[in-house]
Design a protein around this ligand. Structure first.
Ligand code: NI
Length: 258
């Protein structure tokens, strides 16, 4: 499948799509938009692999979201390792820390994050990292490692200096729907200065729906609205944003790479 754009972080396995999942996947395909479906726990990771194995242009991430970190239990990544044997798996994700909701004890979140970073290094896979109100610990856990996996700060939110911290670690920055919202001046100023060759686009669907669909359910085909916004902010063409961010995603996730 010819890919014009890649949504590097989606959750099309979720129940939000139970009524029309095939149509959602079809709409992305017709628009030449590939996507990477990220797992949130074992069940969702399995579904991601399944979705990716049965649809062209769909790839999978396997991992435990920090909300599910407690169910990760003792750090035993055996089941993730087994799932990752599928050729469709291109990432360990979604992993990270979330001190905003604190759905799992912070100690468990850190333990699960470390274990999955180790797994990513072992398997040579990039990570898709969630960070909410946990920047300090997250950066510390990355910086203290001997080996930092390739990765992306998923749905990056922050100023230029924070972006630089991730770029210095070799990470890419994932831009999503909130960039299209009215405010977010600081984020837009930062995006103007970030190098285009370190940006990837994403939806985090069904969440974070971009304008003009804000308030509706999000889906991979809406990633084009993030493209428009990045083009506007950087003062370049949408074609250039599409081409370059797609190249970045292919490089980062080694898509069709073998
Ligand atoms: Ni997500």
């Amino acid at each position: 499948m010819e890919m014009r754009l890649i949504d590097t972080h989606a959750h099309v396995d979720l129940e939000h799509y139970d009524g029309d999942r095939e149509e959602v996947v079809e709409r992305a395909k017709n628009a030449e938009i590939g996507f990477i479906n990220m797992g949130l726990d074992i069940d969702s990771s399995k579904k991601s692999v399944n979705l990716a194995e049965t649809n062209e242009g769909v790839y999978a991430g396997v991992g435990f979201h920090p909300h599910e970190a407690s169910s990760f239990g003792s750090p035993d990544p055996k089941r993730l390792r087994k799932l990752s044997r599928s050729d469709s798996v291109v990432a360990i994700g979604e992993i990270g820390l979330d001190y905003y909701r604190d759905n799992s004890p912070r100690k468990d979140q850190r333990e699960a994050f470390r274990t999955q970073l180790d797994l990513a290094c072992e398997l040579g896979l990039p990570v898709s990292v969630h960070n909410r109100s946990s920047t300090e610990d997250l950066l510390r856990l990355l910086k203290e490692r001997d080996e930092v996996p390739r990765g992306v700060s998923h749905s990056f939110f922050g100023d230029y200096e924070l972006g630089l911290e991730f770029l210095d670690l070799g990470f890419y920055l994932g831009l999503s729907g909130p960039l299209t919202f009215g405010g977010e001046k600081e984020l837009k100023e930062a995006v103007k200065r970030f190098p285009l060759d370190r940006l990837v686009l994403e939806t985090d669907c069904p969440f974070l729906t971009p304008v003009p669909h804000r308030g509706e359910r999000n889906e991979p085909s809406y990633v084009s609205h993030v493209t428009e916004e990045v083009a506007k902010i950087k003062g370049i063409s949408e074609e250039e944003v599409s081409e370059r961010t797609t190249e970045n995603a292919v490089r980062l996730f080694d898509i069709n790479g073998e």
